[in-house]
Design a binder for this molecule. Structure first.
Ligand SMILES: *[C@@H]1O[C@H](CO)[C@@H](O)[C@H](O)[C@H]1NC(C)=O
Ligand SMILES: *[C@@H]1O[C@H](CO)[C@@H](O)[C@H](O)[C@H]1NC(C)=O
Ligand SMILES: *[C@@H]1O[C@H](CO)[C@@H](O)[C@H](O)[C@H]1NC(C)=O
Ligand SMILES: *[C@@H]1O[C@H](CO)[C@@H](O)[C@H](O)[C@H]1NC(C)=O
Length: 275
């Protein structure tokens, strides 16, 4: 009796042990899947939530729709094979609106320009528009065979021409310049030997889009710092004048950086009186 008595519970115990082992294995797998899923979701969700929350500051757009049209441009694609045209549907979904006499372009003066436009409310740069402000400072790309948005291991600006970030800014700059109208302002950098650089987005894309049927005048504000090397007589700026669509007037003014900063501190000055 005794040996049998101990053998039966022994078998039962073994079975119970196996069951327990099995259950803990299943539990472990579930935990792993959940943790992995949450991590992936956070990765994916973080970029999307920045996008959506920045977008929602502009009340007039369906941000969920803008987000899905945006994603279409680069998702599931080789991150070096995203041409500028990939963003055409995005520009159509959130078109740039003309802001005549208030449009500000810039080349190599980003900080001083935005410091000024943020505080004075006189001018609109690309980075003040819906698409420009949503994507300013962000990096993103897709991968073949994945429906996720990645924010790391994306090709750098110069690594390949058709990368998602560069193509976006090229397309958006073109779209912004297409709607330029009236008196247009451009802030250029007098500390550079060539303020109007042929390789800049301003020279290679925006200036070519200014149309005399809409744009009356281009005013260059050449920002002069203590170490300024170029002035308005610089040959590159003469080239700019010549490249403009026939019928667009041009003028250039050298303005000390300190004067622009002063206008940012005292925004009560009427727009345009800073130079
Ligand atoms: C002009 O370019 C130089 C060199 O890149 C930079 O250090 C400087 O801050 C720029 N000036 C302005 C006004 O942005
Ligand atoms: C300006 O617009 C007209 C039509 O509106 C077009 O025919 C012309 O090519 C445009 N010019 C430039 C420089 O884009
Ligand atoms: C502008 O710069 C050139 C040299 O690049 C210099 O000869 C000329 O005197 C400067 N003009 C003014 C008004 O500072
Ligand atoms: C002015 O422009 C020319 C040609 O674009 C450039 O080579 C030259 O060095 C520029 N700068 C100065 C400070 O003269």
């Amino acid at each position: 009796m005794e040996p049998e008595d101990t053998r039966v519970p022994d078998k039962k115990r073994k079975r119970r042990c196996l069951l327990l082992l099995c259950a803990s294995a299943v539990l472990l797998i579930i935990v792993l899947v959940v943790v992995l899923g949450v991590t992936l979701n956070q990765e994916r969700g973080q970029f999307e939530s920045i996008f959506i929350s920045r977008c929602e500051k502009f009340k007039e757009y369906d941000c969920q729709n803008v987000w899905s049209v945006f994603q279409e441009a680069y998702i599931n694609k080789d991150p070096c094979k995203v041409p500028t045209e990939a963003y055409d549907p995005l520009i159509a979904a959130a078109p740039f609106k003309p802001a005549c006499n208030r449009m500000m372009f810039w080349s190599k003066t980003k900080d001083v320009v935005h410091d000024f436009t943020e505080k004075t409310d006189c001018f609109i740069t690309l980075e003040d528009t819906l698409l420009g402000s949503v994507l300013d400072g962000l990096t993103w790309c897709g991968k073949e065979g994945s429906s996720a948005t990645f924010t790391t291991d994306c090709p750098g600006w110069t690594q390949c021409d058709n990368n998602p970030v560069r193509s976006f800014w090229n397309r958006a700059s073109a779209g912004f310049a297409d709607v330029a109208c009236g008196d247009v302002t451009a802030m250029m950098n007098g500390s550079l030997i060539t303020p109007f650089s042929p390789t800049s987005i301003f020279a290679s894309i925006e200036v070519k889009r200014f149309n005399s049927s809409r744009v009356r005048n281009l005013k260059v504000v050449l920002v002069m710092q203590k170490n300024a090397v170029a002035n308005c007589t610089n040959m590159s700026l003469k080239n700019l004048e010549e490249e403009l669509d026939q019928g667009i007037n041009y003028d250039c003014k050298e303005v000390p950086e300190s004067q622009i900063k002063e206008c940012s501190v005292h925004p009560e000055k009427p727009c345009g009186s800073c130079w």
